[in-house]
Design a protein around this ligand. Structure first.
Ligand code: MG
Length: 364
């Protein structure tokens, strides 16, 4: 029986995690729930799953996330909050000996250099709840990293695939929130439209799998059926397939190394006879190139990059900025940031400096 806490229980990943858990009452027990502000749903969830420990971010703040992340009775923490706010709770959970099922990729982007050694030190596991990373994680079972030649992440291309830079300059928040294949939270949907999501994901993959960024690439795959591919040194390429549903990666992250039954719709090859793959248009969507530049600098640069993007997306979602300005603001921040060696303190400083720089840049 795995005893699970969920940080972000009322969000898209949180509610789907509970859906998966509901099917396996003999395998999983929910012992703690933390939500942002939906107190009504949190109350319902606690009642249904018999959870005594809950926290609401709007009343308890980060202390509540830390409290739920380190509950004595839990062995696994699902980190599915929106953004890098999950960093401290993840740190604390690892140090309290909890296994991590990670949906908040921003944690690894900002602080992979600190988090991964901590995972080793405390002998816990970190399993990905990100469809591409779950795909690669599944393909990599039984292999060593020196047998891996390349990781190939698939990207749907988002709602603006095929458009030129001029055409996407003035798109509305509503248009950007219409993802062609995945239904997700607001932040990640905008990141998918800018391809910033892939920028974050190649850095996430680097930390999770110990593969250098030069050997991690992205291919556009509009149908979102092949969730990612791993190319091995002997020329063999493995992929993982299925309909776009987060329930498979969520369940695998919780059941690993076991496989349990799932109520997702079954995919078969004949249902998608026209799977296609295209190269990324890096001129229109410069996000992935930016991530490579950021990673070369290292230190606190990825944390600054991530925070700049989070802040620019938040302002776009509030209707205070234009779509193209997300790239401009992030570029502005990474050009002015002087990276320092990473520590929790330097990361937090880089994070808040990046956010205020974006505020000044976009709201001036
Ligand atoms: Mg993903």
């Amino acid at each position: 029986m795995r005893r699970i806490c969920i940080l972000g229980s009322t969000g898209s990943i949180g509610t789907q995690t509970l859906h998966v858990i509901r099917q396996h009452p003999d395998k999983f027990k929910v012992v703690g729930l933390a939500a942002h502000s939906n107190s009504e749903l949190l109350k319902q969830q606690a009642a249904e799953f018999g959870v005594g420990q809950t926290s609401l971010f709007v009343s308890e703040g980060i202390a509540g996330l830390n409290r739920i992340a380190t509950l004595e009775e839990a062995d696994t923490v699902v980190v599915s909050v929106a953004g890098v706010i999950g960093l401290l709770p993840t740190f604390n959970a690892i140090q309290a000996g909890k296994n991590i099922a990670l949906a908040s990729k921003e944690v690894l982007v900002a602080a992979g250099e600190l988090v991964m050694p901590l995972i080793q030190k405390y002998g816990v596991t970190m399993t990905p709840i990100d469809s591409e990373h779950s795909a690669m994680f599944q393909c990599l079972q039984g292999y060593r990293s020196d047998q891996v030649l390349e990781l190939i992440l698939t990207a749907s291309g988002g709602p603006f695939k095929g458009r030129t830079r001029a055409e996407i300059g003035e798109v509305s928040t509503e248009m950007a929130l219409k993802h062609p294949t995945w239904s997700m939270g607001g932040k990640i949907t905008i990141d998918s439209a800018t391809l910033m999501n892939k920028a974050l994901e190649i850095i996430e993959a680097k930390w999770l799998f110990g593969v250098p960024l030069d050997n991690i690439n992205v291919v556009i795959h509009p149908q979102s059926v092949v969730h990612s591919l791993v190319k091995f040194t002997d020329g063999s390429v493995l992929g993982q397939m299925g309909w776009p549903s987060m329930r498979i990666p969520i369940l695998y992250a919780l059941s690993y190394p076991e496989r349990l039954t799932n109520d997702v719709e079954r995919w078969s090859p004949e249902l998608t006879p026209n799977l296609t793959f295209e190269t990324v248009d890096h001129d229109t969507f410069p996000a992935i190139k930016m991530a490579r530049q950021v990673e070369l600098h290292g230190g606190t640069m990825p944390a600054s990059f991530n925070a700049a993007n989070e802040e620019a997306v938040a302002l776009f979602l509030q209707g205070k900025s234009r779509f193209w300005k997300i790239y401009d603001a992030v570029q502005h921040v990474i050009q002015s940031h002087q990276p320092l060696p990473v520590s929790l303190e330097t990361i937090q400083t880089a994070d808040s400096e990046a956010r205020s720089l974006v505020q000044t840049y976009l709201l001036k």
